[in-house]
Design a protein around this ligand. Structure first.
Ligand code: FDA
Length: 391
């Protein structure tokens, strides 16, 4: 039996941040993880360069049952704080776009930084530990295949359900329920959307085509790139909108954001009446998409011979293409999980469970889901810091 002040389940971004913060405050902390290396998602994040935060971080960029929940933790540990740590460890970084900060080199430097900070706080990290039981008597008791740990504080930091192949599990949700906390419905988020290829056979042929779009779903709108895949749609605009999408709901795509598509087609008809309709479209859209749109929505022939009504109809499709995805690519391809441990049971200041003294939940395990672009790591750092300060 090993006695410590806090046991952290999960050596990911949030768990390591909790541990290093508590450890450097003099707490004896043990981090337990079933994986054989710490921070595996950090290593693959941002294409291997880890988009570790976003300068435009605000609570409005997170989805949660309580849109105010993330504010307190983010206010006390924001992008400038993680950036200060990154710079202290001499990790070179750059802003890519839209406030997204990436390492110049490998994401491995971020994991090394977190482990060095944990070491400075005397944190014990137990990898390859299979957790077989968690119970509470006067303290929390965590039984693993490598020994039993006991502590007055237990932090649930095993992340969400995305990418089970990399070891994602619902352990934090299971333990939260075991102690009477609610868990909201979960769904894959930041995930490619699929289309019914039987109904849209020609979309499959567009696989690889990408273009800037405005994607809308309900009140959410994202102006970013979209990519056609062999099963449906992906790219940043679609990943972002997927977090807002519910099964059966229509999404709306503007394939020519900022352009009056019908007006542009009518102007082209006046200026170049002898060109083919698809040639006119190719001036506005990527070639393969222009061909597909012309084949399905324009009569053959010269632009000058196509009635304005047909151009207007096509213009409307280009500006407001409504389609209902058949589903998502699921947790296997999702960057994050929407939903999780219900924030109503947690303190937004400390991440402590209101009804279970000593129990905390941080990171993706909680019902706080960030936009694409460094927001999810920022939540992991902020919530981990909040818990680490409270333990
Ligand atoms: P995380 O999942 O990081 O850590 C959980 C830990 O718990 C893991 O070490 C796991 O092994 C362990 N664990 C799970 N189940 C367990 C069990 N049963 N027993 C013991 N241990 C268990 N975000 C961002 O802001 N910028 C980015 O660039 C990216 N890029 C990105 C790429 C890809 C491909 C993915 C899948 C995700 C991203 N993300 C991202 C999202 C980001 O990785 C994610 O939100 C954070 O890693 C969440 O941190 P947590 O610490 O909460 O969970």
């Amino acid at each position: 039996m090993r006695d410590v002040d806090a046991i952290v389940l999960g050596a990911g971004a949030a768990g390591l941040m909790t541990a290093l913060t508590a450890g450097q405050r003099g707490r004896r902390v043990a981090v337990l993880d079933h994986a054989d290396e710490a921070g595996r998602k950090i290593l693959i994040s941002g294409g291997g360069r880890c988009n570790f935060t976003n300068l435009d971080c605000a609570a409005t960029r997170f989805l949660s049952g309580n849109p105010h929940f993330a504010k307190s933790a983010l206010a006390r540990f924001g992008p400038a704080d993680i950036l200060a740590m990154i710079e202290r460890h001499r990790i070179a970084w750059h802003e890519k776009t839209l406030g997204q900060l990436f390492c110049d080199g490998s994401a491995r430097a971020v994991v090394a930084m977190l482990l060095a900070e944990c070491a400075a706080g005397g944190v014990t990290i137990g990898l390859s530990h299979r957790i077989t039981d968690v119970s509470l008597s006067d303290r929390f008791v965590v039984t693993t295949d490598r020994g039993v740990y006991r502590a007055p504080a237990l932090v649930l930091a095993t992340g969400g359900l995305s990418i089970p192949k990399m070891g994602a599990s619902g352990l934090s949700h299971v333990i939260a329920r075991q102690f009477g906390l609610c868990v909201t419905d979960t769904a894959p988020a930041l995930v490619p959307l699929t289309l019914d290829v039987a109904a849209w056979p020609w979309v499959r042929e567009l696989s690889g085509v990408s273009l800037p779009v405005a994607a809308r779903c309900g009140k959410a709108r994202f102006d970013e790139a979209m990519l056609f895949t062999h099963r449906g749609l992906s790219g940043p605009a679609i990943l972002q909108i997927s977090s807002y999408w519910q099964a059966g709901q229509e999404i709306c795509l503007d394939l020519l954001p900022g352009i009056d598509a019908a007006g542009a087609l009518r102007a082209a008809k006046r200026q170049r009446p002898r060109i083919e309709g698809r040639t006119a479209l190719a001036g506005l859209l990527p070639q393969r998409l222009a061909q597909a749109m012309a084949a399905h929505h324009l009569p053959d022939g010269r632009l000058g011979d196509i009635p304005d009504a047909a151009l207007n109809r096509l213009g409307q499709i280009l500006s407001r293409w409504g389609l209902t995805p058949s589903g998502t690519e699921g947790f296997a391809k999702a960057e994050v999980t929407r939903g999780g441990i219900d924030t109503r049971g947690l303190s937004s200041r400390t991440m402590a469970a209101r009804a279970v003294p000593g129990l905390y939940a941080v990171g993706e395990a909680v019902d706080v889901t960030g936009w694409l672009g460094g927001y999810n790591f920022q939540w992991a750092w902020a919530s981990g810091h909040a818990a680490g300060c409270a333990i």
